[in-house]
Design a protein. Structure first.
Length: 433
């Protein structure tokens, strides 16, 4: 049980059927909560486990649930939504869980729905995850047939319907309130807060949106307890984590490891180290919307606390590696191009600022940059920062830019002074978007 989330996932093998999943302990947490625990007990146990949201925010899951109105006077129906949109460049951890063990997600969603007394649930999935969608549909049918979903589950009086909804490919849908608008058939614009989704979410009813990896942790916490879950970690942040690495390492991939595993161990032991002929220059620790870390940070534990203290965010825990033969300006420009085209256009700073940032970076990368362009970029990292936009898309986009200007400013200046990209003759790798 050192790797509870992935212990039954074997690359190249079909996911466990419902019967196979039950044989290894599947759905025992559902039976336990329905027979032995009240919703408040489930909330307390998860809160005590210190499970933090694995989608990037890192907020205590049980505490998030506690904001949902409970009792006979609470508005109904209540909704639970699994955020499986996973459109962040460089992020692919949830795909492993969705394709490899869909029943684990369904079980976790039943636990979460019971904890908040939700009767309707949705899996909001990225449109491109065709294999995952196929496996989820199959698993949902099996769960309904076995009585784990539907009316009066296992004779408990608790009922839950679960549906798969595939998005249309907008990154904006990863923001939970934009996701809810999309589920309602509206344009995926973020909503003003308050009211928060826990009180007024999908169709104006109490709603919880949790990440796939977060939900998959729940059956194991119910079965084994809060202290067990805390003991899986190497640091004060509890549990295991799905870490991923993309870039010029020898063995890019995704691994379940104790939370707090160091960056150096991830790159050198699990990622196999840098490819021959390439040196490490920096990394984005948790997907495209996090700040760069550099060599001085390699011995940091990859957890929420340590990475934040270093000036970045752990985010999704999926690293994008920058090597010494990849142009930092081109690297960042590629990311800003993505963010600019994925902006919903709802607020002026994001709608106008991101395309302007992209154009400046393109000019610098082509050797057409001017010294004052760096000052303009510095200005935008503040103007598009937290508190100045309607949601976190633009502030997230500024994180790789502001940290690149901090750590790799000489590379930007070389482009301007030499009037060309110093890496123009090299084969430049860009992160897939």
């Amino acid at each position: 049980m050192e790797k509870p989330l992935t212990q039954h996932i074997v690359p190249g093998r079909a996911p466990l059927s419902l019967k196979e999943y039950e044989q290894v302990g599947g759905y025992q947490s559902v039976r336990k909560i329905l027979k032995e625990m009240a919703p408040a007990d489930v909330q307390t146990l998860v809160k005590d486990s210190d499970l933090r949201g694995r989608g990037g925010a890192g907020f205590n899951t049980g505490l998030k649930w506690s904001f949902v109105p409970m009792g006979p006077e609470a508005a109904k129906p209540k909704y639970l939504v699994a955020n499986a949109d996973e459109m962040e460049p460089g992020t692919f951890k949830d795909r492993v869980l969705l394709e490899g063990n869909p029943h684990q997600l369904i079980e976790g969603m039943i636990v979460a729905a019971y904890a908040i007394d939700a009767s309707i649930s949705y899996i909001f999935m990225r449109w491109a995850y065709k294999v995952a969608a196929r496996e989820i549909i199959k698993a949902l049918a099996e769960a309904y047939e076995a009585g784990y979903l539907g009316e009066n589950i296992l004779g408990s009086g608790f009922s839950l319907d679960m549906h798969l909804h595939t998005g249309v490919g907008r990154y904006m849908c990863g923001e939970e309130t934009a996701l809810l608008n999309a589920l309602e058939g509206k344009r995926a614009n973020p909503r003003a807060k308050p009211p928060f989704p826990q009180v007024s979410g999908l169709f104006g009813k109490p709603t919880i949106v949790n990440n796939v990896e977060t939900l998959c942790c729940l059956p194991h916490i119910i079965n084994n307890g809060a202290e067990w879950f805390k003991g899986l970690s190497k640091t004060q942040d509890a549990g295991t984590k799905l870490y991923g690495i993309s870039g010029r390492v020898k063995t890019p991939g995704c691994w379940e490891l104790p939370l707090g595993t160091t960056i150096r161990e991830l790159i050198e032991e699990h990622g196999g180290g840098m490819q021959d002929g390439y040196l490490f220059k920096g990394l984005l620790p948790g997907g495209a919307s996090t700040d760069f870390l550099v060599e001085e940070h390699l011995d940091l534990p990859m957890d929420y606390t340590a990475i934040q203290a270093a000036g970045s965010r752990m985010g999704t825990g999926t690293m994008i590696i920058l090597d010494d033969q990849t142009c930092p300006v081109g690297f960042v420009h590629n990311l800003q191009h993505f963010f600019a085209q994925e902006s919903c256009g709802f607020c002026t700073p994001c709608r106008e600022g991101l395309p302007w940032v992209e154009k400046i970076l393109l000019a610098i990368d082509k050797g057409e940059g001017k010294p004052e362009h760096l000052l303009t970029l510095d200005f935008h990292t503040k103007y598009l920062g937290p508190g100045n936009t309607f949601c976190a898309l633009a502030p997230g986009a500024m994180e790789p830019l502001q940290s690149a200007l901090k750590y790799f400013r000489e590379d930007f200046e070389r482009h301007i002074h030499e009037h060309h990209c110093p890496w123009s003759k090299a084969k430049v790798w860009q992160p897939s978007i």
